[in-house]
Design a binder for this molecule. Structure first.
Ligand code: ADP
Ligand code: TYD
Length: 216
């Protein structure tokens, strides 16, 4: 018989990493495992997730002639996040659901901080403001070589941010590594070059080890 698990309480788990690292696959897989154990989940992905946030997403990702300045990019990312946090994430957590997010605050530190070079202290404060102080219980950073990630996503045309190229993705990867040093209790890295099944088993083990779930 397969072992069943019970949730100790609601949790907020975020998946992070460079473009094409495999985090959406992992978010889906975790949700499936939780739902198989009758644990209610709410999935969100950024930028987007509410009507206002989806409109902001379009502005952010469309390729256009006008060059979007870095501060606008940071403000729009966090603007989208504020709406999503207030209207979806906080209510779901209040209902006792697990919120599984494909990107959250750390993307802003990695992309707008590490990638675009904006001041990290400013961005940390902006995140705090945008999230009403909502901090994930666990952040899984799927770490992978940008060349490998690019090979995996080669079919789809790059959006505005992906168009920035491999050097940009290298800077983002480096900033994610810094985030693990900055928030060692919350953030952990997982090897994204392993198979999806191996990664999703390690994620599940981590959740068990942290006592977010226990055996029925
Ligand atoms: P992201 O959300 O980080 O952009 P996805 O989960 O959408 O990444 O994965 C990008 C592509 O790589 C998809 O085609 C997916 O099927 C594939 N993929 C995801 N995880 C792995 C893995 N561990 N090994 C090989 N291919 C993967
Ligand atoms: P998306 O198509 O959702 O990419 P992915 O599947 O890699 O998550 O596009 C989101 C893009 O926005 C992605 O390139 C990362 C970027 N981004 C930021 O630059 N800052 C942020 O705060 C967030 C949430 C995303």
């Amino acid at each position: 018989m397969t072992q069943m698990y019970i949730s100790s309480r609601e949790r907020f788990i975020t998946f992070e990493g460079i473009d094409g690292c495999g985090k959406s696959t992992q978010a889906r897989s975790l949700i499936e495992r939780l739902n198989n154990n009758d644990i209610a989940t709410c999935f969100v992905r950024e930028p987007g997730g509410t009507p206002v946030s989806e409109e902001i997403r379009t502005v952010l990702l469309e390729n256009r002639d006008e060059r979007m300045c870095n501060r606008t990019e940071a403000l729009l990312m966090t603007g989208s996040r504020a709406q999503l946090t207030k209207d979806v994430i906080i209510p779901a957590l209040e209902k006792g659901e697990w919120v599984i997010a494909d990107r959250y605050t750390d993307s802003t530190i990695a992309y707008q901080g590490g990638g675009r070079g904006l001041n990290i202290e400013w961005l940390l404060q902006l995140n705090d403001f945008a999230t009403y102080g909502t901090i994930p219980d666990l952040t899984i950073i799927v770490d992978i070589d940008p060349e490998e990630a690019k090979r995996r996503t080669n079919e789809s045309p790059p959006d505005r941010i992906e168009s920035a190229g491999i050097g940009f993705q290298e800077k983002i990867r480096k900033q994610y590594k810094e985030l693990i040093k900055l928030f060692p209790d919350r953030c952990m890295s997982i090897d994204g070059s392993s198979s999806s099944d191996v990664i999703s088993s390690s994620v599940w083990d981590e959740i068990k080890n942290r006592k977010f779930i226990y055996e029925k």
